[in-house]
Each structure stands twice: as structure tokens, then as C-alpha cells.
Design a binder for this molecule. Structure first.
Ligand SMILES: [Ca+2]
Ligand SMILES: [Ca+2]
Length: 899
């Protein structure tokens, strides 16, 4: 921002031309209610900048009066003009690209404007055109857009829609805006998010399943095809500032490292800025945070117990808004605020869950009845609606023991407090927008849940949600024992736990509907509250909208409101049209006939077909959280007969909650919707049916040829699960070349994850230690019998699996310079996932630590030198390891391990 006298003189003539252009430029500026800083020639350069100019200029500058009033008037005028010209150049961001009114905004990026001036041999016979140096601006009046998405939350949870979770900020937006009670999601995280940001059906954009499970069919790649560009890209390329905060979940696991490719990261989806986590969930006390295209850092953990991710997310969003407003407050922005809450782990501090103490002691059956009554009183559920019945998969609250009730009630208290905190932090962003005078010029879309509340906690819930994902069911007795071992019921929700509530609480949270997350056949999985707030543009404050809407409608709505057409070409690729229907038509008219009249649903074989009020539902006949081999075998490719799967039928205008199955009364309607579902499935790449579970049926990725992973030095940290050396269900060796000073060394050589599942190789009291946590259920510790030598030392850990099965037992041996120095047994190893988040670190243990013995010293960095760490995974091609490979993928999540 500095200019020399030489540069100032050189631009002097140009400044005259700028003056001539000003009226033209101002005409193209985006009108704003408040007067904005205008492009001016005089007095714009900040005082500090002027003072950095050489003395002659400074003496005469407008900021230079302190130097005395006696300066020559000629000099003064010259300097003012020179400074003014420099200012014009420095403030060139105020320019627009020439004649954007004539630009085709549907072909992205926008074409550069042709030069409208004239280039002669010298400036004397040339005419400038500032348009070519300007920036793309959105259409006039394009508003700011705040899109809030809560994770894993149900229709019957927020108080705004009759639930017991206090959500004053959602209510505040609703009372000054609109409540939508027929908004639909896909029933699963990544699919909903991909549909949300592309305006297309989830299978059509490769997201029939989650980002963790890229599959070999077009609807299941977890990679958005280039002909379906996400709408944030259209906003960005049309001149919006764009940012995403929080949960992403659309970058496939194996590309979440520093080598990318980054077209699968938020930056590739059209976000100028990203701060959050790439996976499906995050620790709230020790998140591994990405900023743009790399890991920012692991925050919190034992070294900073004051850190809480939901608070930090709001802070970071506000900070970004301050920054862009300071830079350019004429440019509209788009913020995607996507909370990790209320996905597991349900982590929140006591101040938030203590206020719900005792509130759920009456249990989930009473919860539903009370919520249903409030829903009717609020009018978000029609008066003639019926509360659906409890499926026998969920036990009656009255049938539980006193101990179970105590445990489960606390689970719900924490789950509720966790959600209230999420709304509180959304409110902090809203408050700041209000203080900045931007709230009224911002379209707020606030969606409570990307799917219904999650039943992934199994019936008992879990102190560590990963028990379910590893196929480790726990009895209520085991659960209680493990809760007690983790600090007791009062520790639920704190950093020693990564909890998930009982599936029955989730089902209750989806009142008045049946089922929940993953069950795309029913409203419990698919219907979520939405609130729209846009004062001045929505007259019916506090109104209710009942038209059928779907998450693919959000993209078309936002583009319509911004005045930006859906792109027909992006980066040279012709675009497949958005499939959603803008719901902006509902803003003004609650009685307008619904325009989104037909929609298919499918997740993991749970299917639905909606058309003109009719809803056909076909739920795969299994308990949603049951992924055991005997259950899955019933749906294996050579067993499954899709025509044998039955349909239920509901007519939603008369039956809001799907309580009255009409299938036997209207077989023709069932047949019609069944045929339509298959037609839609074909067109949207849903087929082959159950491709989202294909890994369970032996359709596994090619076996990697790679057997060695090398970490050169101690500076590789925060490696996420998807790119770690694959030690699960294998024999493996970790070798570290280290240097230990004469007076010894201590600290972590390599650590992955934490005490709820992970391993660490470290030096303490001069000895080599290995700690392995089997999902927090059992912890194995091995220690060298002698102290390590000094100087250059090669330490080695060998794990030899006994047999080629999932979760193999095996023998650990520790070596120093090829001499055995210790070892022992491990009865169980982790079969599928150590953790849903966190990473691997060389030379330290970031975030929550694997072994509590060094927690106070966290991250317990190694005080010697690490030259390199090498992982050797048993070479492929041996029958032994082929079998292990098949086991890992084909039955991951599917094999019970006796706890
Ligand atoms: Ca979710
Ligand atoms: Ca760690």
C-alpha cells in the first residue's frame, strides 16, 4: 500500500482519466442502505501511508498540516493530485468489471470484458478503460446468505418445533420469519450435504453413502462429477465472498492429506475460506482443525481445557465476517455454518447439561407424548395428526431397571445441553450481524438436522460411539461398568468420554415420526425443521409453510434470491441441471400450490417415493443399528430379491406423521410408486440397489501394493485416519531411528488417536513403552526391561497377528538395536476404526493422549532427535494377508468382538 514519488508521478495523468470515469463507476456500484466510502481522488489515502512518502510530498499532503501552513500552494496541489492518483490505484477494488449487465452469468467463470478504451502508441493518443482491471460484482441487491445446518438432530427436539431442547435463537428467527414443517433431508450426513450444496440428488452427485466409503459405482464414488458444480462456486464466481465453518464430510478419507487433490476439499467447492473438520465428526474438546487446504492445528486437549469447538466456530465465523466487512463492505457474502453438534461425540460442559437435570426421568415414552402435545399447541403439527406407535425394537421405559433409567436419563440430559449450546452459538453469530447492521440484509436459512436424530448409539448408548462402528455391542451391565471405569455417570459428555445416547432417545427426538437417521423410508429419518428469516422480504412474520420441500431446493433458492442464474457451464464443462425447485415462491404465499411434487429417497436400501402427497415407504427389514453378519447375509447379492421387499403407503395431507398404512387398500398406488421409484433410481444412479453396503458383500478396493510408509523427521503431524499406515487386522512393524543424548530423552515417538482407541510408542523414565487402547474397553501396556542406550538407536515394535481374522489377537515385541527388550500380548485389536476423528503424530501426541500417564506433560514431545519412522505392513500377495484384507473390508463393522 506504499507508493514512491516516481510511481505517483507516473500515474498522475491516469488520475485525470479516473476522474472522468467516476460517474460511470458509481452507477455500477451495488446500492446499499448506508452511504459507503466512495472512490475519490483526494483525502482517501490513510494518514499513515502518506507519512511514509518522501518529505516533499508529505509536507504538502493533507495529512501534512502539522508540518506548518507555509508550504508552497503549487507543491501542495501537486502532491494532493499525486496522492490522490495513488489512492485511486490502491483502492481499485472499488471497480467493477465493465458492463456486467451484459455478461452471461450462467457461463462460469465470467468472461473477461473486452477492452473498451483505445491503445495508441503512447498515453497521449490512448483512452483508458478501467473495466478490464475491475472485479466481478454480483447483481444489484444480492443479499448476504447465512446457511446454518445442525447435525443429527430430530424434528421433535428444538423447542421452536415443540421439543424440550431450548432453542431461543431458532425461535427468534422463526418468529420474525417462517417455520417449515415439511422440509426433507436424505437421512444421512454426507448425502444431505452433497445434495444441499449441489442442488442435485445425492446419488446423482456420487454421494449415495458417506465420504468414508467411496464405492465403485457412479452413485457411490464420494466424488461430485464435474457437470454438477456446487452452487457456492456459482456465488464465488459471481462475486460473493464465501466461507464454510465446521463439519464438511465430503472429502473422501484417502485424499484428506497434504497431497490432495484439493478439488475434493471445500476450496474446490467454491469456498474462499474454510475452518473446520473434513470428516463426519470431531471431538469438541480436542478437534483437529483444517484451515483451507491444510491442517491448522489440534486445539484444546489436556493442555487447554478451556477450549470448546462450538464456541470457537462462532468466534471464527465472526472474525471472518469482521475481516471481509473491513476490507469491502459492498461485497455480499455466503456463510455455510455447519455444526458438529448434535452428532456424536455428545460432548458439552456441565453448565449446559446441568439445566436439564431430572427433565428426562420420565423416559422416552412420556417425552414423545409431551412433545406431541406441544407440537399441536404450536401448530407445527396439525390437530388431526396421530402420534405413531413405538416399534418393538425400542423397549418401553417402564420395562427398564432403575440403573438403566439413571444412565439413559443422563445421556439425554447431555444430548439436550449439547444442542442448546449449538443454538446459543448460532445466536452469537446472529447477534453480531445485528450489531453490525447486517442482519436485515441477510437471508438466514436455519435447518435443524441434516437427518433425523441418530440411532447409532444402539439401545444402550455408549460411552464411546466407536464401539458400535467396530461391531462391539454392549449389554447395559457392560455399559455401566465401562461408564464407571471412565469416571462415572458424571463424566458423561466430558473429555474422558466420546458418548452417544440410546437409540430410543433418538427415536423419541424424531417425534411424532417413526425411526430416525439412515432410515430414508420414513419421516423420522428424513424430515427436519427449517426456519427462514429475511425481514423486509418476508411479510408473514411467524408464519408456517407446509409445502413439500427438500434439501436439493436450497441451492436453487439461494441462486434465485441472489439473482444469479443456475450455471449452464462451469470451467468449460456443460452442467447437468439442478434438480431442486426454488422454494422462494413460498416466502410470500403459504397457500401457494407446492412445486416440488415428486422425490425419491434411498439410504442403505431404505427407500421412499413421494408424489403429490402420497408416500410409499420400503424399509429394509432389519433393525437399523444391526450390522451383524447374520443380518447382512439376508441381503447378500445372491439372496436379495428386490421384488420381495414390501411397501407401506401413506397419504400425508391426511396423515402428517405416517401413522396409517394404506398399502393394502391402494395396491395400484403402491405399484405405481414402486415403478416410479425404480425409474428415478435408474435416472439418479441409485442402482445397483444396496451399493451403499457393497463393502459388506465382498466388493472391496484393489489390494494396495504399498507396504512401507516413511515419515522423515518429527514434523509430520495430524495425519487423519484415511491416510495412516493401515495397521488394522495386519501384522506390522514400526521402526524408529532416533538419537538419544547422553543425559537421556523422553517423549512420544509416534502416537495415533487417544485413550478411547489408539496406540503410542514412547520413552519414559529411560524405557521404551507401548500402549494400545482397544476402544477404551481394554488397554494393553508393554515396557522395556532395560533403559534405552544413548546415541543413535533403532527402536522397533513388532506386532505379529495370530491368525488372519478380524480384530486378531497377537504378540508385541519391543527391540532396541535389534535386541529384544520387552513385549507381551494383545487379546483384541481394533477391527475397523480407532476413532471418528483425530490423527497420527510423529514425535508427540496431539489432542487427547493415548496414555494418561503422560497427560500432564501433553503433547509430550520427544526430547531427542527423530531421524525417521518407518511402518512396514506385511507384504500383500501372501494368502495370509489376502485373507486379512478381505476381512478388513468385507466384514468391517460386521463382526462381533466379545468385550
Ligand atoms: Ca448427520
Ligand atoms: Ca492424540
Amino acid at each position: 500500500m506504499r507508493a514512491t514519488v516516481h510511481q505517483l508521478v507516473a500515474v498522475r495523468r491516469a488520475a485525470t482519466e479516473v476522474t472522468a470515469l467516476l460517474p460511470h463507476l458509481d452507477r455500477h456500484r451495488r446500492p446499499r442502505p448506508e452511504p459507503r466510502s466512495q472512490l475519490r481522488l483526494d483525502g482517501v489515502l490513510p494518514v499513515g501511508s502518506v507519512r511514509r512518502c518522501p518529505k516533499r510530498v508529505r509536507a504538502g499532503s493533507s495529512a501534512g498540516h502539522e508540518d506548518g501552513a507555509g508550504s508552497a500552494q503549487d507543491d501542495y496541489g501537486d502532491a494532493r493530485r499525486i496522492v490522490g492518483a495513488a489512492s485511486a490505484l490502491l483502492y481499485i477494488e472499488g471497480l467493477e468489471m465493465a458492463d456486467q449487465h451484459g455478461v452471461d452469468r450462467s457461463r462460469l467463470p465470467l468472461r473477461d470484458p473486452p477492452f473498451a478504451g483505445r491503445r495508441g502508441r503512447t498515453l497521449a493518443d490512448s483512452t483508458p478503460d478501467w473495466g478490464a482491471a475491475g472485479d466481478v460484482r454480483p447483481p444489484e441487491g444480492a443479499p448476504n446468505i447465512l446457511l446454518v445446518l445442525i447435525d443429527d438432530a430430530g424434528f421433535g427436539q428444538p423447542s421452536t418445533f415443540g421439543g424440550p431442547v431450548q432453542t431461543p435463537n431458532l425461535t427468534r428467527m422463526a418468529d420474525a420469519g417462517l417455520r417449515y414443517n415439511a422440509m426433507h433431508m436424505t437421512a444421512l450426513c454426507s448425502p444431505t450435504r452433497a445434495a444441499l450444496l449441489t442442488g442435485r440428488n445425492h446419488h446423482r452427485v456420487g454421494f449415495g453413502s458417506t465420504g468414508e466409503f467411496s464405492g465403485p459405482f457412479p452413485g457411490y464414488t464420494s466424488v461430485v462429477p464435474k457437470d454438477c458444480a456446487p452452487f457456492p462456486k456459482a456465488l464465488q464466481m459471481n462475486g460473493y465472498s464465501t466461507a464454510a465453518f465446521g463439519k464438511w464430510h465430503m472429502t473422501p478419507n484417502h485424499v484428506q492429506g497434504p497431497s490432495g487433490p484439493f478439488d475434493r476439499w471445500p476450496s474446490g467447492w467454491g469456498f474462499d475460506y474454510f475452518w473446520g473438520f473434513l470428516g463426519g465428526e470431531s471431538g469438541q474438546y480436542d478437534p483437529m482443525i483444517y484451515e483451507n487446504n491444510s491442517v491448522d492445528q489440534v486445539y484444546g486437549g489436556p493442555a487447554d481445557r478451556s477450549f470448546y469447538l462450538p464456541d470457537a466456530m462462532a468466534d471464527k465465523t465472526i472474525e471472518w465476517l469482521h475481516g471481509i466487512t473491513a476490507h469491502n463492505d459492498t461485497k455480499p457474502w455466503f456463510v455455510y455454518f455447519s455444526t458438529g453438534c448434535a452428532h456424536a461425540p455428545h460432548q458439552v460442559t456441565e453448565e449446559w447439561h446441568a439445566k436439564y437435570r431430572g427433565k428426562f426421568d420420565a423416559g422416552w415414552d412420556v417425552y414423545r407424548e409431551e412433545t406431541f402435545a406441544r407440537q399441536k399447541a404450536l401448530g407445527v403439527v396439525p390437530e388431526d395428526a396421530v402420534l405413531t406407535e413405538r416399534d418393538e425394537a425400542f423397549p418401553a421405559w417402564d420395562s427398564l431397571s432403575a440403573e438403566e433409567r439413571t444412565l439413559y436419563a443422563r445421556q439425554m440430559e447431555v444430548y439436550a445441553g449439547y444442542q442448546e449450546n449449538a443454538d446459543h452459538n448460532v445466536g452469537r453469530v446472529l447477534d453480531e450481524l445485528e450489531r453490525m447492521g447486517q442482519l436485515d440484509d441477510t437471508l438466514v436459512l436455519y435447518i435443524w438436522g441434516d437427518n433425523g436424530a441418530s440411532m447409532e448409539g444402539t439401545l444402550t448408548g455408549s460411552f464411546n460411539e466407536l464401539t458400535m462402528f467396530n461391531g462391539i455391542p454392549l449389554t447395559p451391565e457392560q455399559q455401566l461398568a465401562l461408564v464407571n471405569a471412565s469416571g462415572g455417570i458424571d463424566a458423561w459428555g466430558g473429555p474422558t468420554t466420546a458418548p452417544h445416547c440410546s437409540a430410543a432417545w433418538a427415536w423419541a427426538g424424531n417425534a411424532p415420526f417413526q425411526w430416525g437417521k439412515q432410515v430414508a423410508s420414513h419421516l423420522g429419518g428424513t424430515r427436519n425443521p427449517m426456519v427462514v428469516h429475511w425481514p423486509g422480504n418476508i411479510a408473514a412474520q411467524g408464519g408456517l409453510r407446509t409445502q413439500f420441500t427438500h434439501v436439493i431446493d436450497i441451492g436453487p433458492t439461494i441462486l434465485e434470491v441472489a439473482g444469479i442464474p443456475q450455471p449452464t457451464s462451469v470451467d468449460g464443462i456443460d452442467q447437468f441441471p439442478m434438480q431442486g425447485t426454488s422454494l422462494a415462491y413460498t416466502f410470500a404465499d403459504g397457500t401457494a400450490p407446492e412445486r416440488h411434487t415428486q422425490q425419491y429417497f434411498e439410504i442403505f436400501g431404505n427407500r421412499a417415493m413421494y408424489k403429490d402427497g402420497w408416500w410409499a415407504a420400503s424399509k429394509l427389514p432389519r433393525i437399523p443399528w444391526d450390522l451383524t453378519p447374520p443380518t447382512l447375509r439376508r441381503f447378500a447379492p445372491d439372496v436379495l430379491d428386490p421384488d420381495a421387499l414390501t411397501w407401506e403407503l401413506y397419504y400425508l395431507p391426511d396423515d402428517f406423521s405416517q401413522a396409517n398404512d394404506l398399502a393394502t387398500r391402494h395396491p395400484d398406488k403402491v405399484a405405481e410408486l414402486n415403478a416410479l421409484w425404480w425409474q428415478e433410481a435408474e435416472a439418479n444412479y441409485v442402482t445397483p440397489l444396496l451399493a451403499g453396503l457393497s463393502a459388506f458383500f465382498g466388493i472391496v478396493p484393489p489390494l494396495s501394493e504399498k507396504t512401507r510408509w516413511t515419515f522423515w523427521g518429527n514434523d509430520v503431524q495430524n495425519f487423519p485416519q484415511g491416510i495412516m499406515p493401515p495397521t488394522l487386522n495386519r501384522s506390522y512393524t514400526i521402526t524408529a531411528d532416533v538419537e538419544i543424548p547422553e543425559d537421556g530423552a523422553e517423549g512420544v515417538i509416534v502416537a495415533a488417536f487417544d485413550h478411547l482407541g489408539g496406540y503410542s510408542l514412547f520413552v519414559m523414565d529411560g524405557k521404551l513403552h507401548h500402549t494400545y487402547s482397544f476402544i477404551g474397553i481394554e488397554t494393553y501396556r508393554h515396557e522395556s526391561t532395560t533403559t534405552l542406550p544413548t546415541g543413535n538407536v533403532r527402536v522397533r515394535l513388532e506386532f505379529e497377528a495370530d491368525t488372519p481374522v478380524m480384530a486378531p489377537a497377537g504378540t508385541v515385541t519391543l527391540f532396541a538395536n535389534d535386541r529384544q527388550i520387552g513385549g507381551g500380548r494383545m487379546d483384541h485389536t481394533v477391527p475397523a476404526f480407532f476413532s471418528g476423528y483425530a490423527g497420527l503424530d510423529i514425535g508427540r501426541d496431539n489432542g487427547e493422549v493415548v496414555d494418561g500417564r503422560y497427560e500432564k506433560l501433553a503433547p509430550f514431545a520427544f526430547t531427542g532427535t527423530i531421524h525417521k519412522v518407518t511402518y512396514d505392513i506385511r507384504p500383500p500377495g501372501q494368502p495370509h494377508n489376502d485373507a486379512l484384507h478381505q476381512a478388513q473390508y468385507a466384514e468391517s463393522q460386521a463382526r462381533h468382538v466379545e468385550a
